[in-house]
Design a protein. Structure first.
Length: 405
């Protein structure tokens, strides 16, 4: 009898314990372990410096162009999105990233729908040449670019696909055809938006994940050869592109080319960089941001960084970006899960590629393509998506053998 009583007591204890979480969902939904200290610290450092530089670069433009002369217009909005982004990052860092597998196909489908909708429901924005840019969707007071979602959607889709078919990635069908279809659908829709910079960025992100995923390296040699031939042909025949893109290539080649002031922004960017010298003119003391560098809070904000902080400050910021990418790669290497590893590689590749392309544009090394600088350039939805992605990396880092907090 005592024996039976003990058994019943134990059973009641077991039932009571299980009833607190009968499905075990809590253990599956939230990830255990501690986040990676260096990656979090670098992210916060870049975000903080980026917000400071955004305010410094944007207040003259905001005062001049806003009817209410509100110098704080851009920084106020960016601070709101940054705060929301930090919350999203911290929440995502606690959620088990493997749940993103469940969201892969729905998110990819939603991205395709958004990229189609923006072609018909876009905000009216035109280039000087009259070309319509079909990039933004307006929902009440919020304006966002579906292409910001498309970058993460592509990373997620390729990470899911490659982790599932990793053993077959050396084959032509699974290693080339299917990944290129996943990339090609998004790239094709972005072409219709007339968003050349995002097209280039998405293509390189996809290529980076294919390379990391095991696609035969000979394919990349062949692809680079084709790309080199295509670039040489386009540079020598820029008129085959849409007028706005062709004019940018012509302006890049011919430094005296200036119909519609196509080189105004680039030239003043170079003046700003040159004015900064070694140590800069001091935070807040830029002259080129006073309506010389067009919309200095956007793609060309790094030129204002160089002018105010000089070579030393700019080099430190580039060092932080490099450290973020390297730390992300280390997290990916120490993660036992291939899906998580590919997610991290895709996200840090996006940041690294975007930074490199932005710097190349600002320094007139490549034509002006309009690529934003992560953490620095103005853009609410882009900031929120970026910080959410940092949260994904932090979630993965909980399962890797890194320095913890």
């Amino acid at each position: 009898m005592p024996k039976g009583s003990n058994t019943n007591g134990n059973n009641s204890k077991i039932i009571s314990t299980k009833s607190k979480d009968p499905t075990g969902l809590k253990n599956k939904l939230f990830v255990t372990g501690s986040i990676d200290v260096p990656f979090l610290a670098i992210t916060i450092a870049l975000l903080t410096i980026g917000l400071i530089m955004l305010f410094s670069a944007s207040y003259p433009y905001a005062y001049s162009r806003r009817s209410d002369h509100n110098s704080f217009y851009f920084i106020n909005r960016q601070l709101i999105f940054a705060a929301l982004g930090v919350v999203a990052m911290l929440v995502m860092s606690k959620i088990n990233y493997k749940w993103l597998k469940v969201a892969t196909i729905p998110l990819y489908a939603i991205t395709i729908i958004l990229l189609i909708l923006v072609l018909f429901l876009h905000s009216d924005v035109s280039a000087d040449s009259g070309e319509d840019f079909k990039r933004w969707i307006q929902i009440g007071p919020i304006q966002f670019q579906p292409s910001d979602v498309a970058k993460f959607s592509l990373i997620l889709a390729l990470a899911f696909y490659i982790s599932r078919y990793y053993e077959k990635m050396k084959t032509f069908k699974y290693g080339i055809v299917f990944p290129l279809l996943i990339i090609g659908v998004i790239c094709g829709l972005i072409v219709l938006e007339k968003h050349l910079s995002c097209l280039v960025l998405v293509f390189f992100i996809g290529a980076a994940l294919m390379f990391a995923g095991g696609t035969d390296w000979k394919v990349f040699i062949f692809g680079l050869a084709i790309m080199a031939v295509a670039v040489v042909f386009i540079v020598n025949n820029p008129k085959i592109l849409d007028e706005y893109a062709g004019d940018r290539i012509t302006a890049w080649l011919d430094k005296d080319f200036s119909p519609g002031d196509k080189r105004w922004q680039t030239n003043n960017s170079l003046y700003a960089i040159g004015s900064g010298g070694l140590t800069g003119v001091g935070l807040g003391n830029s002259m080129q941001k006073y309506l010389y560098v067009s919309e200095p809070q956007n793609d060309f904000i790094f030129s204002i960084v160089c002018e105010e902080l000089g070579f030393v400050g700019a080099a430190f910021i580039l060092f932080l970006f490099g450290a973020l990418v390297c730390r992300g790669i280390k997290i990916a290497k120490n993660t036992g899960d291939r899906f998580g590893s590919l997610l991290v590689i895709g996200i840090v590749s996006q940041v690294g590629i975007q930074v490199v392309l932005n710097i190349l544009v600002v320094t007139d090394t490549i034509p002006n393509t309009g690529i934003a600088l992560p953490f620095f350039s103005y853009g609410g939805t882009a900031m929120m998506m970026l910080l959410f992605e940092m949260g994904v990396v932090l979630s993965v880092s909980r399962k890797s053998s890194q320095m913890k907090v």
